[in-house]
Design a binder for this molecule. Sequence first.
Ligand code: NAI
Ligand code: MG
Length: 495
Amino acid sequence: MQVSLTAPNSVQYLQPTGLFINNEFVASKSGQTLSTIDPATEKEITTVHAAGADDIDIAVAAARSALKHPSWRKLPGTARGKLMLRLADLIEENANILATIETWDNGKPYQQAVAFDIRAAADAFRYYAGWADKVQGSVIETTPEKLAYTIREPVGVCGQIIPWNFPLVMAAWKLGPALACGNTVVLKPAEQTPLSALYLATLIKQAGFPPGVVNVVNGLGRVAGATIASHLGVDKIAFTGSTQTAREIMKLAAINLKSVTLEAGGKSPLLVFPDADFDSAVTWAHIGVMYNQGQVCTATSRILVHEDIYDKFVESFKQKVATVSTLGDPFKDVTFQGPQVTKAQFDRVLSYIEAGKSEGATLIHGGTAYKDFNGKGFFVEPTIFTNVTDDMKVYREEVFGPFAVVSSFKSEEEAVRRANDSVFGLGASVFTKDVKRAHRVAADIEAGMVWINSSNDSDFRIPFGGVKQSGIGRELGEAGLEAYTNIKAVHVNLQ
Ligand code: NAI
Ligand code: MG
């Protein structure tokens, strides 16, 4: 159940195409497949098997039986950690192939895939491998007549539904803590980018994980995803994607009161005060919204600049975007920006460009599709709108593309109030050299993460997640373990 593929950068490899259940690649019962496209050329890469409800039943049963099997249930945490360390090593050994798949299937620049995606995936597994024998209960003192202690048990079978913007990283952030805590998993990659998780599955088997511990089932969200979210055999759901789908998943998960963690959308503000290091603010403002084709949940896409430096900032930001956001072939080293992941995302970004124009904002850069790459591909020029008001769609809604809006403010109070005027609360950036102001604003801002004098830092040791409609729960760091254990209290009567 694999095909031999040769990527545009001449890398040749064997791509699994089946559903990965019980450590084997199998055909879907329904015979359904899905086609995945190279967004730079619009050509089909291959088709993979797509799970129907029957296939999800089989995958969940495999995960359930692995959960109880002594080869997993009785495996000491230290040994689980060793399997995960081996997996991290295998990811690094296969970095070239994994980065090639990520670039081909998603459109992200190859250099960025190597430097960030593959690195972050290996880091997450290695970090959580270290936790596997450190997830401990405690003895709690009560009275001399009683002994009471707690055990941290795995939650059980975890359904994990991930998006297409960082396919491998999202798989690693979800699998890492789940496996460290002794759970088993049914992972559903996004239908737009089904390939890298299947390749990861071959490495999971090679690392020595027992059958059924990790199952990878591609398929459509409304079929495979919805079946996992509503499945009575699944104990927990972890999801990353749109706020709208997060809401749907929470409803489906209610059927058996699954524990739910959600990492959803954002419209994160970036505030620039007049005392900021100006060049640094411009540099980070660019990275913060244009990196990964702007397809980043934490993208700082609402830029608010103090009126004293507004005109100068807008001019420098425009120059920066014009010179640094090199568009084109994602396999070329000079490329900063590849295509949007799909025609749907391409159309979505263009529709927001139309919305910005018709709402009366001023388009100062970009604003059209880019066709210099053989006339093909879902490329959009990096786009900046100014003269944006707070009631405009382009100011309020997540675009998820290389698309920034810039507005000016008069006071710190106004900046914070307007930054918080959003249904989202994922990230926020603050640029100032005033230490007091930096910490004051960080405290006042409604967000799960604040970056002082940078944007979009993430680190496997540091909790990641949002407030308001940006999500529930945290990934990464010690906090990322919380969702993956239940605490059992044991009362011992000593009388
Ligand atoms: P989506 O949220 O619908 O898809 C994410 C994952 O959820 C995919 O694996 C999909 O198959 C699955 N899914 C979809 N519907 C489902 C359902 N009813 N039940 C269970 N699983 C389901 O996102 P989509 O449609 O690909 O992108 C639309 C917008 O969502 C983007 O433009 C962007 O604004 C946002 N988004 C945000 C992401 C983030 O990192 N926060 C990632 C991807 C998209
Ligand atoms: Mg694709």
